[in-house]
Design a protein. Structure first.
Length: 356
């Protein structure tokens, strides 16, 4: 049963509530007494406390309007939905349409709408295309389209003119946390890859491009990102601004990888470039056997494996990091040690019986 607090002055509409980012944002908001929370996703969710869920097909304009038509008390939209496609150009229409459909449904009926928070990433800087300027800064010029992150921000910029609400854009690096069935979950990739390597009696080999093992990188903890997202949405200094949000430290896989292997109590071996999407494609029977052997949660292999995303990240044979000082200048000072972040997430996976 959902118990909305009528005295809570703020209602959060979290769009994309079952992903790594949205799920952790809902969890964080639920610890703050001043918020009522509505989670939106294709799958919906189980109502609990001050949080309720609505299953919506955001690509369907009519379904979006009908399902969200009663949400007149929404004060903040936190947009973290994402539709994956095979090419960069194909990403634009669905991801822009979903945001437009949400705003078109909520803005006319929610008179107290204060803020729309947009989740972006380093694609704004062209990080997915190849070596780009580092550290990336919020003032950097856009790159040649197509790029849905830019299109989404420009839509909000134009829509906000003359409105009472404001927007913010959060630009994390690779976001790590707990979520299932998510196409961009690096921590889960690493945990399943390491667990299967151990089960096969193999050392943990870095599978990416040779140069990627030595590149300079950063990550963003999903809990830290949740705190930053709420901060940017509620601090008036952040109105109509974009912010890079990262853990605050830098690392190279050549230093971190052996520590990850040590956590799983396996050795390392020299890196060997290989596509995880290819070499892990036949491991579902082994994974199912591991579920029975170790009494793990019966979660399908496809819901714990994001091999394509792993190949993407491990293919960065160039530096990938941004300047996070703007957020600090505006008042957000939280930080997370990346090595500890990974270990804490792996511990969480074990507590949930996702991995042995």
């Amino acid at each position: 049963m959902t118990l909305e607090n009528p005295r809570s002055p703020q209602t959060a509409l979290v769009v994309g509530a079952n992903g790594v980012i949205g799920r952790n944002l809902v969890d964080y908001l639920s610890t703050l007494s001043e918020w009522n929370i509505i989670g939106v996703s294709r799958r919906g969710g189980e109502n609990q406390g001050r949080t309720r869920y609505i299953a919506v097909d955001l690509l369907d304009e009519q379904d979006t309007r009908e399902k969200l038509s009663s949400l007149t008390t929404v004060t903040h939209i936190f947009y973290a939905a994402y539709q994956d496609r095979s090419t960069w150009a194909e990403l634009v229409p669905p991801n822009l349409s979903m945001l437009v459909n949400v705003v078109n449904a909520i803005e006319p009926i929610a008179p107290n709408l204060q803020h729309i928070s947009l989740m972006q990433g380093y694609k704004v800087y062209g990080a997915h295309l190849g070596p780009f300027k580092t550290p990336a800064r919020e003032t950097d010029a856009y790159h040649m389209p197509p790029e849905f992150n830019v299109d989404q921000q420009q839509f909000l910029e134009q829509r906000q003119l003359g409105s009472n609400w404001t927007w913010s854009a959060l630009r994390p690096s690779v976001v790590c946390g707990f979520a299932l069935g998510n196409p961009m979950n690096l921590a889960m990739v690493m945990a399943i890859y390491a667990s299967i390597s151990k089960e096969l009696g193999l050392p943990l080999r870095f599978p990416g491009k040779p140069g990627a093992y030595h590149s300079l990188l950063e990550m963003t903890d999903a809990n830290l990102l949740a705190r930053a997202t709420v901060w940017a949405a509620t601090d008036e200094r952040c109105a109509n601004q974009a912010f890079n949000i990262t853990n605050g430290d830098l690392f190279r896989w050549n230093e971190l990888w052996p520590k990850i292997a040590a956590y799983f109590e396996i050795e390392t071996a020299p890196p060997l470039p290989m596509s995880l999407e290819v070499v892990m494609a036949d491991k579902e029977p082994l994974w199912n056997a591991m579920i029975d052997k170790y009494g793990l949660e019966k979660i399908s292999y496809k819901d714990v494996s994001s091999w394509r995303f792993g190949d993407f990240v491990f293919g960065w044979d160039y530096d990938v990091f941004a300047d996070g000082s703007k957020a600090r200048r505006f008042g957000f000072h939280d930080f997370v040690e990346t090595e500890k972040m990974f270990i804490d997430i792996f511990e969480d996976f074990r507590r949930r019986k996702i991995i042995p």
